[in-house]
Ligand binder design. Structure first.
Ligand SMILES: [Zn+2]
Ligand SMILES: [Zn+2]
Length: 79
């Protein structure tokens, strides 16, 4: 029973994995990872570029957001 520390990553867009890469219909080349998180076992492959923005948003949120106001306080209008 060997549990791998480096589990196969699965694309959040098309569901391909390290062992089952999808092929580019134009070039016939197997996809590669644009984003990959081995710890989570998820990634975004080169055929699913549209998902990188979502991935980056989640990564930014998980990282704890640097450079944005942590607690924007809306101005309260006085009656
Ligand atoms: Zn994909
Ligand atoms: Zn793929």
């Amino acid at each position: 029973m060997i549990s791998s520390l480096f589990a196969t990553a699965t694309c959040i867009g098309c569901g391909c994995t390290d062992h089952r890469a999808c092929l580019n219909p134009h070039s016939g080349e197997p996809c590669s990872w644009l984003r990959v998180d081995r710890a989570k076992g998820t990634g975004v492959c080169s055929e699913c570029q549209a998902f990188t923005s979502r991935w980056d948003e989640e990564a930014r949120a998980a990282a704890g957001v640097a450079g944005t106001p942590a607690n924007p306080t809306p101005a309260t209008p006085n009656p």
